[in-house]
Design a protein around this ligand. Structure first.
Ligand SMILES: NC(=O)c1ccc[n+]([C@@H]2O[C@H](COP(=O)([O-])OP(=O)(O)OC[C@H]3O[C@@H](n4cnc5c(N)ncnc54)[C@H](OP(=O)(O)O)[C@@H]3O)[C@@H](O)[C@H]2O)c1
Length: 297
């Protein structure tokens, strides 16, 4: 019998634990502040930032949204970043990716105060993660780690194959699972577009994590019996629905479910965890910047 991990329920547990932290901060007159910066009007990005702002509202955080025109110069964005770095009421912020082509996203990341970099993408924070002393764990990889923990799946000693080596999911997740700490100690293989015989790498794994952006790339034939399958992918594919599309993961759910002992659905698996872990990082940043000790979950 395959166990389906309910990401919404796990995310709700994280939020409920975080609420206690928000209360402790309120006792010290601190309201965690999260700013989202959007350059341009990419529809998917607009949806993502509005969900992040809604999450802030629901958690009693101070959510601030800054919007710049698609034609805004890099300097305008840098000014916004300087303002946010200096704003004592903003403890964390992010610049929603993608930014328009005339803006260098890496340069944007370098200008964010690492103490407020709640996405965990600043080079200093990437270095800390790789070095085994993370300040902010990037939200999606951290969410995957929490999902495994909630499902009582300890990666220690397990063979984990991650499909995808992006800087926001695959690479930081590989680093988290490699760490010599609880929630780590796995033997990690990372596949990408140049990997030869990927199916052999996934079949040899106890835990398969797909973060590719290719609909249903990983199917049941690529899994060993009883594998744990975490599907990070969110892909829109045309469908006969009201919206004209449906969301599918990077895993072919039907065939994978037949093989897996544990699986995450899309939607309702990793997605809600990513949002919860952004709140987590914001609350953590507020505690650190205000010198208030909080008991993070
Ligand atoms: N649920 C969430 O909260 C959440 C958060 C972030 C992302 N996502 C989803 O996760 C997926 C991945 O996102 P991302 O930002 O990591 O994507 P990305 O930056 O496009 O990276 C995709 C990775 O997959 C590899 N890849 C592409 N095609 C492949 C193939 N046929 N075989 C093997 N590897 C292949 C690429 O290899 P190369 O490096 O060789 O190009 C790359 O490393 C997307 O569906 C995205 O929407 C979900």
């Amino acid at each position: 019998m395959t166990r389906v991990i309910d990401g919404n329920a796990v995310a709700e547990d994280v939020r409920s634990d975080l609420s206690a932290c928000v209360d402790s901060l309120a006792d010290a007159d601190v309201v965690p502040g999260l700013a989202t910066v959007l350059v341009g009007n990419d529809p998917a990005s607009e949806t993502y930032v509005s969900m992040k702002q809604r999450d802030c509202e629901e958690m009693g955080l101070n959510g601030v949204h800054v919007e710049l025109e698609a034609e805004a110069s890099p300097e305008e964005l840098y000014d916004t970043i300087e303002d946010l770095n200096a704003d004592p009421e903003i403890h964390g912020y992010l610049v929603q990716d993608p930014v328009p082509d005339h803006i260098d996203y890496d340069e944007v990341l370098r200008r964010i105060d690492p103490a407020k970099d709640v996405d965990g993408f600043h080079p200093a924070n990437v270095g800390r993660l790789v070095g085994g002393n993370p300040r902010f764990k990037p939200c999606t990889p951290h969410g995957v780690q929490k999902l495994l923990e909630a499902a009582e799946i300890d990666p220690e000693g397990k063979d984990v194959t991650i499909v995808g080596r992006s800087s926001i999911v695959g690479k930081p997740l590989a680093n988290l699972l490699l760490q010599k700490t609880d929630g780590g100690n796995a033997t990690v293989t990372v596949c990408h577009s140049r990997t030869v015989d990927m199916a052999a790498k996934t079949r040899g794994a106890d835990i398969v994590i797909a973060a590719v952006g290719v609909p249903e790339l990983v199917d049941g034939s690529m899994l060993s019996e009883g594998a744990v399958v975490i599907d990070v992918g969110v892909n829109r594919v045309e469908a006969d629905t009201e919206k004209g599309y449906e969301l599918v993961g990077d895993v072919e759910y039907e065939s994978a479910e037949g093989k897996a002992s544990v699986i995450t659905p899309v939607p309702g698996g990793v997605g809600p965890m990513t949002r919860a872990m952004l709140l987590y990082n914001t609350v953590k940043a507020a505690g650190e910047q205000e010198g208030v000790t909080i008991d993070l979950p």
